[in-house]
Design a protein around this ligand. Structure first.
Ligand code: GTP
Ligand code: MG
Length: 312
């Protein structure tokens, strides 16, 4: 699937504290995302990092979005439903598509109702087939797995021996499961992750796929007790973000509710735009400087020729 020039775009989701940011740091082999004490929720919005991974021979550029809130119980989020919707918008501010969606779980924690709810949340937000087509399970706390694993069985074998809801999830992902020990940075993690991603046959997950499941998002909020009346669902086509096409996502089907975009998302989108404009300006400046130099060189040569002509 990949060659030397390729860029891999990844989105991480999962319950807070499961180790998303730590996984990002392991992938990039450096501390690029802020991590938190276990059981302490992060206050960061969606974060993004881009870098080259895997050395020169088989390296690729990885663009990784660390999504918060997607997977957490909406009732646990300080901003409630708005916080979740804001995260979804921020995700699309960073990237136009994703080759894989990494669902981050924690080894050693039983697959309880909360984990099942997280799976349901991700499916409702991104579509029923999101795991089947783009899902990769990343299981953190691999250090604990190594301690428990007296029989030295492989992580895939361990996954295949599991039962119940976790087994169903693994089957949905076609056993694209990777173990991460975020206490030890090593290229092996990326090697296994990349091989899991290369098993994905579907074209990248795009905003088109996302827009297609706006009904499932609305239904999710209705089912968990958020009616449209008591909490209007804002949409990306709000006039507060004029012409910002990369964020033109459809969070619901209704246009009457397109009125509210929180400041955080606005700020994130503006930052994305500002950095793009900054790069554009730098290029424009360099081009202008080169043209000026060429013009001066041309003038200088002509002037020398004129001087030569008049002197004789
Ligand atoms: N022992 C061990 N600890 C880990 C591992 N991965 C993450 N942790 C710890 O788990 C805690 C939470 O990790 P984070 O990466 O901040 O979790 P997160 O999913 O980004 O959390 P939010 O940003 O709140 O959503 C931190 O204290 C990490 O050090 C791992 O593989 N092994
Ligand atoms: Mg985090």
């Amino acid at each position: 699937m990949t060659n030397r020039e390729e860029t891999i775009r990844l989105l991480m989701v999962g319950r807070t504290g499961n180790g998303k940011s730590s996984t990002g740091n392991t992938i990039f082999n450096s501390k690029v995302f802020k991590t938190h004490e276990p059981n302490r929720a992060s206050k960061e919005a969606v974060e993004f990092h881009c870098g080259r991974v895997g050395g020169t021979s088989w390296g690729v550029t990885v663009r990784l979005v660390d999504g918060t809130c997607v997977g957490d119980a909406v009732s646990d989020l300080s901003g409630g439903k708005e916080a979740l919707l804001e995260s979804l918008r921020s995700i699309w501010c960073h990237e136009p598509e994703f080759h894989a969606i990494l669902f981050v779980l924690k080894y050693g924690v039983r697959f309880t109702k909360q984990e099942k709810d997280a799976v349901q949340c991700v499916k409702s937000m991104f579509g029923e087939d999101v795991f089947r087509k783009w899902g990769v399970i990343v299981m953190t706390y691999g250090d604990n797995f190594e301690t428990d694993n007296d029989e030295r069985k492989s992580f895939e074998d361990w996954c295949r021996e599991q039962s119940g809801d976790f087994k169903s999830l693994c089957e949905e992902c076609d056993y694209r499961c990777v173990l991460f020990n975020n206490r030890s940075y090593s290229d092996d993690h990326w090697f296994y992750l990349r091989s899991a991603i290369s098993k994905i046959q579907s074209p990248p997950y795009t905003k088109f796929n996302f827009n297609q499941c706006s009904d499932s998002r609305s239904n999710y909020f209705k089912n968990i007790g958020y009616s449209r009346e008591n909490s209007p669902i804002p949409s990306e086509s709000s006039p507060l973000l004029p012409g910002h096409r990369s964020a033109s996502i459809d969070l619901t089907t209704s246009h009457e509710e397109n009125s509210k975009v929180t400041h955080q998302t606005q700020r994130n989108c503006i930052q994305c735009r500002e950095s793009k404009w900054f790069t554009l300006w730098i290029w424009a400046f360099l081009l202008a400087a080169i043209l000026c130099l060429a013009f001066l060189a041309y003038m200088f040569r002509n002037w020398k020729e004129c001087k030569h002509y008049f002197c004789h």
